[in-house]
Design a binder for this molecule. Sequence first.
Ligand code: NAD
Length: 735
Amino acid sequence: MSYENFTVETDADGIALVTWDMPNRSMNVFTDDAMAEIDRIVDQVVADDAVKGVVFTSGKKGSFTGGADLKSISRMFSDFAAAVGENRQAAIEQLFERAGRMSWLWRKLETCGKPFVAAVNGTCMGGGFELALACHGRVAAESAVMGLPEVKVGIFPGAGGTQRVPRMTDTQEALQMLLKGAPLSPEKARKMGLIDQVVADGDLVETAKAMLREGVSPVKPWDEERFKLPSGPVYSPQGAKVWPAVSSLYRKETADNYPGARAIVKCVYEGLLLPMDTALRVEQRYFTEVLQTTEAQMMIRSLFVSSQALSKGARRPKDVPASNLKTLGVVGAGFMGAGIAYVAAKGGLNVVLIDQEQAAADKGKAHSQKLVEGLVSKGRMGQEEGEALVSRITATTDYAALDDAELVIEAVFEDRDVKAAVTEKVSAVLDADAIYASNTSTIPITSLAETFAEPERFIGIHFFSPVDKMMLTEVILGEKTSDKALAVALDFVRVIKKTPIVVNDSRGFFANRCVLRYMNEAYDMLVEGVPPAMIENAAKFAGMPVGPLALNDETAIDLSLRIMKATMRDMGDDAVDPRHFKLVETMTSNGRLGRKSQKGFYDYPEKPAKKKLWPELKQMFTQQDPESIDFEELKQRFLVTMALEAARTMAEGVVVDPREADIGSIFGFGFAPYTGGTISYIDGMGVKKFVALCEKLEAKFGERFQPIPLLREMAEKGETFYQRFQPADSQAQAA
Ligand code: NAD
């Protein structure tokens, strides 16, 4: 029998080696065709008496599977959306069967009567790992990475993941793994009992075959009569210890904002009370329910579909040939420059890192050395790989070393004159084709480009700190920035494996504009006398990863003061609320600059003591009675003020693609991910409802909540942002 995506070779011992290797794709994904072929393969090996067992592996180097296929998922959603209006019940039943296809197929494989061993040769996430768990044995290569990350895109492992994991490992560990969605190293997976053996990459298939020769039962433990759950039955003294803690952990981690996470807890709890086949159907019912939630649809769209599209260069000008980046120049080896040098060297580029003094340049390079040592000591990077990374960075004061750089990024002090002087020095040595970028956070790119002879070759590449951790980069177009400069910037962002958004020039670009609104709203609440702890908690319950006061301490309160002063200088005194100015000035004049001075809105005692809100903050303003404060409204204020700012950036043409506002807000400042981002938050509730919410807040808290004309117009027409600003390259976006 022949297959398009698989080869099946049976050896003299009767072991069939199934190798998954999809033609013309760099990764194997679960397309409808691939699934149909797996189904046929199971039938084939069951029917063939010569086959005693099966090894299932992938032919792609370093990857078992890339997971779900975007097109199949989009089709499933659009078919459901089309059918649900006609006959809701039939549409839901169809969704149940379609989404459940993978679950039924893995169960078929699991109960087919012949033993399957998964040979996991590389990245194996989501449905791929669920396939491996359905096999009767699992061997992983040392370099493999595995996990069930579905919760991160708003859903959950709905192909048996919530049932098999807690039948193989301790309930608490299983729940942690499912709720966090974090990747597992092979060793960790082995310790949890999810992998049987971890072997050198080259020994993988042979070890899997040897396992089968030695005997692997084709019947799973949970299909045997006397199966015992690893943590004991749910209704048992052991279970009574686990489950009460689970609900409080779940609430603490998610604030009950994620239907996918809620369903995981329910699936595990209910599923462990049932035999496997019934448990899988219960899991599938929850899965079908979760798929219909706004949260799942928005999260899948932003965090799965859009983030991949943007990372792959959705906004890259198509007719500019691929840039062959080899050397990056970085001028300014401070906090940001050192981080940029690290991510570039990690991406394989040679880096010339320049500062005024050799000692400063060396210090910048030492940052990479330190990060590498940390990774090597945790076993997350090989010694040699780490040494090679650091050796790619040349720390110098000599601008002449920039002569063969294809791209130079300036990250010197945030001062026009300093930047202009550096630009002059770079211009003197820069190759005529090279692109020059600034990492400025506040100075308009168009004005900086004027100091460069060819503004077409000038662009903004704005990083977020800490550079090695933050996934977003904002690429900013000056008025004259060419397509070539944009293409090079995006090619660079791809090399360093970050996600870019492309925005037009504006004060604060995109992310900082929204973040400032977040912090300003907290200032307003402080001034109104809302207790500081309530402010921080409301933000976290709204889904923000860090409270606005804690965030302000991280970004530094003196920086907020400097931004306010610059805004007043450029736009007049009225541009800043005098109560905010007074608050920030009082904090800074008392030396409360934020974490860097160990005191800001919080006090930062020596570790291991934890930070705590500065008690005197409460005394600065007359406190309201907490009972009289509407907590839900506090949550709304945070999300609405940021979403409204994002809508303004779209109305002004600063952001032109709603996917970028969504991804920029989640990756840049952690905007409540369950919403799908600032714009999906509006689309998700409907523009009409959002306008009404703005009006309610405007009546109570003032003009800053006034809906902009674009929103009113869209509300009138019943439009969504994704319809009105439909991204050119996607059919899957309109929802
Ligand atoms: P920093 O003070 O840590 O580093 C600036 C570095 O530039 C210093 O090492 C300094 O010696 C060097 N420098 C100054 N003048 C120079 C010159 N003439 N030639 C060569 N080197 C020179 O500052 P930073 O926080 O890294 O910020 C750098 C830039 O990045 C600024 O434009 C800032 O607005 C922007 N930025 C900062 C952040 C942040 O969170 N800190 C985030 C995004 C963007």
